[in-house]
Each structure stands twice: as structure tokens, then as C-alpha cells.
Design a protein around this ligand. Structure first.
Ligand SMILES: [Zn+2]
Length: 304
């Protein structure tokens, strides 16, 4: 494997029985996996198994926010990582769990309530390192190095054609975004990852979000923008679904992608409950975005 691969483990949202809740795996050429969101429960373990992604390969888990369809799979992933027969070449080191700073205590508590003792040293507690992401002054970031170490940093966002620092195989950075009614701390995630030949590929995952100042800077020119989208046609007389809950329409996602000059746009967080149709979502975004558009199904993969 020389490429950076994105696997859409779950492409749906809360209350949609036809798709898994949101989770995306980014696989690096050395087999390392960065997991962004954890779907809504045990379904994350089904998805990882069906995608042939060994939990022992996961080195970093990033949560965009605490909503159940993004964070409720976390204790299942950590439980499985503690239980799994680790292959000889699997990752045994620290597991970096990154979440909005003001959500970390609640997420940790959620795991402890659902599985008392999870963070005791004899279970998995001595491996989990929590990172509270902030974006007050600088973009928060985490460097993954080829020697297996990771370290938090503040990062300057890379631009096309620029290499990663020496020894770094991926940089994860986050940007606070607005979401939720009531609002919850939420973040977009950017992964700058090196292919085997050193070329850097860039992926941004919006998380759930309303419109955000500065997002076009965060996502500027990236290879793949994975954005949530609600199809305007399905909203009918209920615009609250967008304006009251901090989501965006597919048309807005298309405008953001165009303004950010991204190469491809993947639309997810679909919800059959509101009558969303992949082709309508795609068509609404395509009115505003001239690049390639994917509306992936669960377990679809794409190289970046
Ligand atoms: Zn949400």
C-alpha cells in the first residue's frame, strides 16, 4: 500500500436505520489508521470488521463532537482495543483520543459509566491519552511520526506541494465549528498524510456544522472534503432541521467546497428519515461545485 485511503465506515446520522452513523477511517501507507468519529455503538466494530480494518491498527481517534451518532461507539472501540489479540505488527502504544477541549471530561465519563474500570491501568487506561483540542489562537495539531510516537503541536496549515516535517507521516489538525441546538463543542478535522513517495494528501472532515467563518482557509485546496449535507428538497416546510440544529444543505456544502477550491467533495450524514436521496443531494451540490462529487455508501473507499 502506497496510497492514503479513506474508508467511509458510516455515512448516515441519528435515527436513520438504513445507514450506519458517521465514522471515517483514514489509512496511511504503513497501515496506521486514524479514526474520525466512532458511529453510534457496536455498529462501529461491525463496520471495521467488514472493511478489514484491524482495531490494532488504530493509533488516533478523533471525535468531532459528543453527539450520539458520532461518539457513542468510542467505548466499544476502546473495549475492543483492550480485548483484541494484538498482531505482532499491530500498534501497542498509546492511543491518542482527540476531542473538543470542553467535551473531553464528559466523553471520558461516558466511557467510565458505560464500562466502569475502563481507564484503570490494567485495562486500557495506561494507553489512552486524551487531547483537548482548542483553536483559540492557533490551529491545534498532532504529529504522527514514523517511529511510532505522537505529539501535540500547534500547526501552520500546509499548502499544496509542501512536504510534511522530517519523520512525520501525518498531521492532524482541528478547527472549532458551530453546531447543535443547544450548541455543543464541535470541530472540523484535517489530516495531512504522506503517501509512500512523500507526496502529501489532504483530507478535511467537516463534522456536523453550520456555516463557519474561516472554514475555507482550513480546507483550502485539499484533495478531499468530506462534508455533511441535508438535501433542501427533503426539508419541505421544516427549515428548523438546518437552521435550528446547525447543519447545512447540500447546496451550502457545494458552495463551501467551491470557495475552498477543494479537488473532490464527499457528502455524508444522510438521513432517510427526512427523505434524503443521494442523487438529489449530489445534484444540489453540483449546482455550486465544479469538482468531483461522491455520495458514498457505508464501506465505500477512495484513494486520495
Ligand atoms: Zn451532531
Amino acid at each position: 500500500m502506497s496510497a492514503v485511503t479513506v474508508t467511509f465506515l458510516g455515512t448516515g446520522s441519528t435515527g436513520d436505520p438504513s445507514r450506519r452513523c458517521g465514522s471515517t477511517a483514514v489509512s496511511l501507507p504503513d497501515g496506521t489508521v486514524i479514526l474520525v468519529d466512532t458511529a453510534g455503538g457496536n455498529e462501529i466494530l461491525h463496520a471495521l470488521r467488514e472493511a478489514s480494518i484491524d482495531v490494532a491498527r488504530i493509533r488516533v481517534i478523533v471525535l468531532t463532537h459528543q453527539h450520539l451518532d458520532h461518539a457513542a461507539g468510542l467505548p466499544f472501540v476502546l473495549f475492543r482495543m483492550a480485548m483484541a489479540g494484538i498482531p505482532a505488527d499491530g500498534h501497542r502504544g498509546p492511543i491518542d483520543v482527540c476531542a473538543p477541549a470542553s467535551a473531553v471530561d464528559d466523553l471520558r465519563r461516558m466511557c467510565e459509566i458505560l464500562f466502569p474500570g475502563m481507564f484503570t491501568p490494567w485495562w486500557i487506561g495506561d494507553r489512552v491519552r486524551w487531547h483537548g483540542c482548542t483553536s483559540d489562537q492557533y490551529v491545534w495539531g498532532l504529529h504522527l511520526r514514523d517511529d511510532g510516537t505522537t505529539s501535540p503541536t500547534t500547526v501552520r496549515l500546509g499548502v499544496a506541494g509542501e512536504a510534511l516535517p522530517e519523520g512525520v507521516i501525518a498531521t492532524i489538525s482541528t478547527m472549532a465549528v458551530s453546531h447543535g441546538a443547544p450548541p455543543v463543542p464541535a470541530q472540523a478535522v484535517r489530516i495531512d498524510a504522506a503517501r509512500a513517495n512523500g507526496e502529501v494528501r489532504r483530507v478535511v472532515i467537516s463534522g456536523d456544522t453550520g456555516p463557519n467563518l474561516g472554514f475555507t482557509r482550513f480546507a483550502d485546496g485539499v484533495d478531499l472534503l468530506i462534508h455533511e449535507a441535508i438535501e433542501a428538497e427533503s426539508l419541505g416546510a421544516n427549515p428548523f432541521l438546518v437552521f435550528g440544529t446547525g447543519h447545512v444543505t447540500a447546496a451550502s456544502a457545494g458552495k463551501v467546497a467551491e470557495a475552498s477550491r477543494v479537488k473532490r467533495l464527499a457528502l455524508h450524514h444522510l438521513n432517510a428519515r427526512t427523505g434524503q436521496h443521494p442523487e438529489t443531494v449530489r445534484a444540489e451540490a453540483a449546482e455550486h461545485f465544479s469538482g468531483g462529487i461522491l455520495v458514498p455508501n457505508d464501506l465505500d473507499t477512495t484513494e486520495v
